[in-house]
Design a binder for this molecule. Structure first.
Ligand code: PBG
Length: 324
């Protein structure tokens, strides 16, 4: 069919027509809202590089969780900043650690809101690396036990889903075994399966105080130049027992999301990370971008690329926009 008989503009003429032929629908059901828990009471410390994001004491975090629930967000993703850090990240798996307390409080005070916990050591180690060190390097196999312990302690605190973000080889299997051996065979694992060594995590490391004291994460996070390898990472995590797989970051990796969508039939999450949020915020604060519009455009693009769910610091704003 050719012009002039066929005109693509016909179906774009008004919003009602556009609604009818729209291919991608973002929904509040797709959104996961990340929150940062810190020790103390009535603490609400703004994260300078992420306007609108705060480090929250558990009481404040519960309030935020209630607000998230009120706008229909189905799930939170919790991170913790402990009182003290050490070489082996003991705060990560302490039964009364910051995330464990936050989970307990949210689960006891807010009904029908899923609590997903980030499982990693980097916020809890004095050196800021994602595992235990040997000769200045993150030791893969020794780290697995600490990650499994962390996931299990989150499960015991009441987490609905655990989400390992460390990128050690074999960690999904290690966590699955630990959960199954301890009565949590029903607890899903959302694996940060294809997580890139990305500059887009910069603002998060302010928020979570998890910048490595030396070196970087390139020995375990993926090279941004690779996407065949992302499929290998995702395939291995699925074989090890992941229930949901993730691509992270999202915006600069839409092709990876699409490849993962075409290759696998598991639920697929995409993490629109701190730097993606900060870029939009910073430009909007200068009046250079229309923030509400860009927010929806980016989230829709991530969904269109193939993600089933999106982790985003814009979750509350996006939910409000979708509800209005
Ligand atoms: C590791 C973790 C990171 C993020 C989520 N989990 C940081 C990192 O790998 O350096 C980044 C999230 C973001 O930038 O929004 N615990």
């Amino acid at each position: 069919m050719y012009f002039p008989r066929y005109r693509l503009r016909r179906l774009r003429r008004n919003e009602t027509l556009r609604r009818l032929v729209r291919e991608t629908r973002l929904a509040v059901d797709d959104l996961i809202y990340p929150l940062f828990a810190v020790p103390g009471v009535s603490v609400r410390t703004p994260v300078p590089s992420m306007s609108g994001v705060f480090q929250l004491s558990v009481d404040e975090l519960v309030q935020e969780a209630l607000e998230a629930k009120a706008v229909g967000i189905p799930a939170l993703l919790l991170f913790g900043i402990p009182e003290a850090k050490d070489e082996v990240g003991s705060g990560a798996y302490a039964p009364d650690g910051i995330v464990q307390r936050a989970v307990q409080e949210v689960k006891s005070r807010v009904s029908d809101l899923l609590v997903i916990t980030d499982v990693c050591l980097c916020e809890y180690t004095s050196h800021g690396h994602c595992g235990v060190l040997q000769g200045g390097e993150v030791e893969n196999d020794a780290t697995l036990e600490f990650l499994a312990r962390t996931a299990l302690s989150h499960a015991r605190a009441g987490a609905d889903v655990v989400a390992p973000s460390d990128m050690m080889d074999g960690r999904v299997a290690a966590i699955r075994d630990a959960l199954d051996e301890n009565g949590f065979s029903q607890l899903p694992i959302m694996a940060y399966a294809a997580k890139y060594a990305s500059g887009f995590y910069g603002p998060f490391r302010d928020a979570a105080q998890s910048t490595p004291q030396f070196g970087d994460r390139r020995s375990h996070q993926m090279d941004p130049a690779n996407s065949d390898e992302a499929l290998r990472e995702i395939r291995l995590d699925i074989e090890e027992g992941a229930d949901i797989v993730m691509v992270k970051p999202a915006l600069a990796y839409l092709d990876v999301i699409t490849r993962a969508r075409l290759e696998f039939d598991l639920p697929l999450a995409a993490y629109s990370v701190s730097g993606e949020y900060a870029m939009i915020k910073a430009a909007a604060e200068r009046g250079w971008l229309d923030e509400p519009r860009i927010m929806m455009e980016v989230l829709t693009a991530i969904k269109r690329a193939g993600a089933d769910m999106i982790i985003t610091y814009y979750a509350k704003d996006a939910a409000r926009a979708l509800n209005s």
